[in-house]
Design a protein around this ligand. Sequence first.
Ligand code: ATP
Ligand code: MG
Length: 442
Amino acid sequence: MFFSTLLIPILKNYPSEAKIKSHKLMLRTGMIKQSSAGIYSWLPLGFKVMKKIENIVREEQNKIFAQEILMPTIQSSEIWKESGRYEDYGEEMLRITDRQKREILYGPTNEELITDIFRNSIKSYKSLPQLLYHIQWKFRDELRPRFGIMRCREFYMKDAYSFDLNDELGEHSYNKFYLSYLKTFKRLDLKAIPMAADTGPIGGNLSHEFIILAETGESKIYTDKNIFEVDHSDCTLEKNSLTNLRKKFENYYAVTDEKFNKAVFDKLVTKENQLETKGIEVGHIFYFGDKYSKPMNASVDYNGKKVFVKMGSYGVGVSRLVGAIIEAKFDEKNENMNWPINVAPYECAILPLVSKNDKTNLEKSINIFKKLKDRNIDAIIDDTDENFSSKMKKFNLIGVPYQILLGKKSDDEMFEFKKIGEESIKLKIDDIINVINSKKEN
Ligand code: ATP
Ligand code: MG
């Protein structure tokens, strides 16, 4: 893939309207383009990153045996009237009238729609549990959209829903999502803290927010540093294993602003383990029992008895994660984005110095590209005639984790290879491939 053939509209300077790093960088590197207040188009570079994140989220949902479906963005107001949320949701809901004068809406979330699907399809408790998810655009008419795609009006979310026979089984489903979120954020190379949270307009009684650390986050957090040592790699989907995992996390103090109490913090956490920082909410899970199933009459037959199913819902901000990763991973010293290789827009940039009369570097680049491609490395060649240092600056800015440099006197065997933010070394192409592939998941 040649850089010159792609739609990557890089700006010379940071746009003045952006306040935080991720917004500035995403605009400057042409990852997104604003189309109107809080609404963005995703250009190739940004879209690629988002799709890679989406795939990791999907894989981890599939691992807990959640089934993928796709519900529409537009919903009928009828089901929202049944649950009682049509009024409650207020001005964040985008309400539309169609040509038949029917009230419809652009979905801000999907509890009602999934409950409607469930009640029409599942009759017996023997079909429980049901874990269902989709990855779909949402619209919330936020009062103050800001920070680019971090708090916008149209955004991409993975939302999952669980249906169980009773609270105990419902909590087991909840805990599966809890684990799956820890695994998802780990694969994105993020430090995520599951924090007991208020349930807000979704309602219910059990809820955790998953917060990742970033100085520019909107939530202030207070935590015991030891929480980062809690290991989930041995946790299985078995009930006790999941319950113990949650207990391990709950051993440590970790709260946001609203719940912070200095005296309690000082009492429970030694000074050296206290961490006061900011965070970004990237996921939120809720257990709310029969809050929707009762008013919407979603029940199963349990030995001749009608039982309202117990539900939970589980959201990940897939589009917000693109910005959140930039915020969390930005390399202050070298001033570049620093994508984890699993979600980098490209894994390796091949940067040849090219001139009008000498195409040898370009030919070498194409050869290298083919070798990388054969070994599943997602690479890009900067075939433009820009000077060498501006090519390097450009790919540092984009944050491509590895670069192969073909300068004036490039060799045929040993290539200059560098990891972003580090010095270059000379390596054979096979060794380069091994270095890159060793950093990737298999
Ligand atoms: P917030 O507290 O940030 O307003 P929320 O609690 O309203 O979010 P949820 O209903 O829990 O959001 O949605 C699940 C996830 O969707 C959030 O954890 C977040 O990552 C993402 N999300 C929510 N609102 C937005 C938004 N306006 N723009 C981008 N992502 C969002
Ligand atoms: Mg939330």
